[in-house]
Write a protein that binds this ligand. Structure first.
Ligand code: HEC
Ligand SMILES: [Cu+2]
Length: 314
């Protein structure tokens, strides 16, 4: 049955924060609307033409009044800015220890991959009460991953990784939209997020077609594509070891330093000549036309997994 609702359901921890801020903005705006329009309408009626209101001795300014109506809105604006900035940082900062899911957008579908191997299209299954972190990219144009019930929306860009996180608080099914006009069938780029009880989710992960877990798939690609030939134990080419580099600073030729994050690893694979690790030569071939977006994410997941056993930086 169709029911009228002004707001989408609120089904994540972040939804409460966003809604509260939004309601506060509406309440403050409504209050000042009354403060401005109330007297305006009152005076318009009182001093209408031909009214007999007293028009002698009009007041000419009041310093105290001017200060008050400058200072109060100023502090309210500061407060709103601080609140908004804090909420923004909460939304933007990817939490640690989250359930990681890889997302690839393309015209016109969402392809999702769980770390355990399960793949989905236009549907995302997640457990309730657990923080979920999406790492997203696009294989063509800009898309935007939007789940109104979680109050999260993030652009998904070709050639880059963006993240989005949420912690569902209620089981159920929620809309998933692409919120960036991305071509003729943009309006069809929709799906659903299914929030399940944790044990139902565990069970779902093992039913139907289950592909290789991301780390294992990445490791297999690492061998198949020949990365291990140069970066592995029996390498005859001077190439840096990749154990322990993830998330750490890496010195580059020319003296600069960068952090070995997803983007750096990605660029190293696609454009190896762009940033050369200090002390090495530009001997690595590009894998530009030999690797898909999904495979890139798996290789990165594998390289990240090499760093999860506290290896010190080079
Ligand atoms: C022909 C040998 C060779 C192959 C094959 C090769 N690499 Fe490399 N790789 C290198 C060399 C040499 C460097 C150092 C120079 C540079 O930064 O480009 C390097 C650098 C890197 C870096 C940056 C490391 C750092 O410490 O800054 C990453 C990441 C990387 N390779 C990943 C890969 C992956 C993934 C593959 C397979 C898809 C691969 N490489 C295949 C030789 C190779
Ligand atoms: Cu789209």
């Amino acid at each position: 049955m169709w029911t009228f609702r002004l707001f989408p359901e609120a089904a994540s921890t972040g939804a409460r924060e966003v809604d509260l801020l939004y309601f506060a903005l509406i309440a403050i705006s409504a209050f000042f609307m009354v403060v401005v329009f109330g007297p305006l309408i009152f005076f318009a009626i009182k001093y209408r033409r031909r009214s007999k209101a007293d028009r002698t001795n009009p007041p000419h300014g009041s310093f105290a009044l001017e200060m008050t109506w400058t200072a109060i809105p100023l502090f309210i604006s500061f407060g709103l800015f601080t609140w908004g900035a804090m909420a923004y940082f909460d939304i933007e900062r990817a939490p640690k220890n989250a359930l990681r899911i890889d997302v690839v957008g393309k015209q016109w579908m969402w392809k999702l991959q769980h770390a355990e191997g399960k793949r989905e299209i236009d549907e995302l299954h997640v457990p309730v009460g657990q923080t979920v972190l999406l790492t997203m990219t696009s294989q063509d144009v800009i898309h935007s991953f939007y789940v109104p019930a979680f109050r999260v929306k993030q652009d998904v860009l070709p050639g880059r990784y963006t993240t989005e996180w949420f912690k569902p608080t209620r089981t159920g099914e929620y809309h998933l939209f692409c919120a960036e006009f991305c071509g003729t069938e943009h309006s069809g780029m929709i799906g659903r997020v299914v929030v399940m009880e944790p044990n139902a989710y565990e069970q779902w992960l093992t039913t139907g077609d289950v592909a290789l877990p991301s780390v294992a798939a990445g490791q297999r690609l690492f061998t198949q594509l020949g990365c291990s030939g140069c970066h592995g134990d029996s390498s005859k080419i001077p190439a840096p070891r990749l154990e322990g580099i993830f998330g750490k600073p890496v010195p580059l030729n020319g003296g600069a330093t960068t952090i070995a994050d997803e983007k750096y690893i990605r660029d190293s694979i696609l454009m190896p000549g762009a940033q050369i690790a200090a002390g090495y030569e530009n001997l690595m071939p590009t894998f530009k036309d030999r690797i898909t977006e999904e495979e890139l994410m798996q290789v990165i997941t594998y390289i990240r997994s090499l760093s999860e056993t506290n290896t010190p930086a080079r």
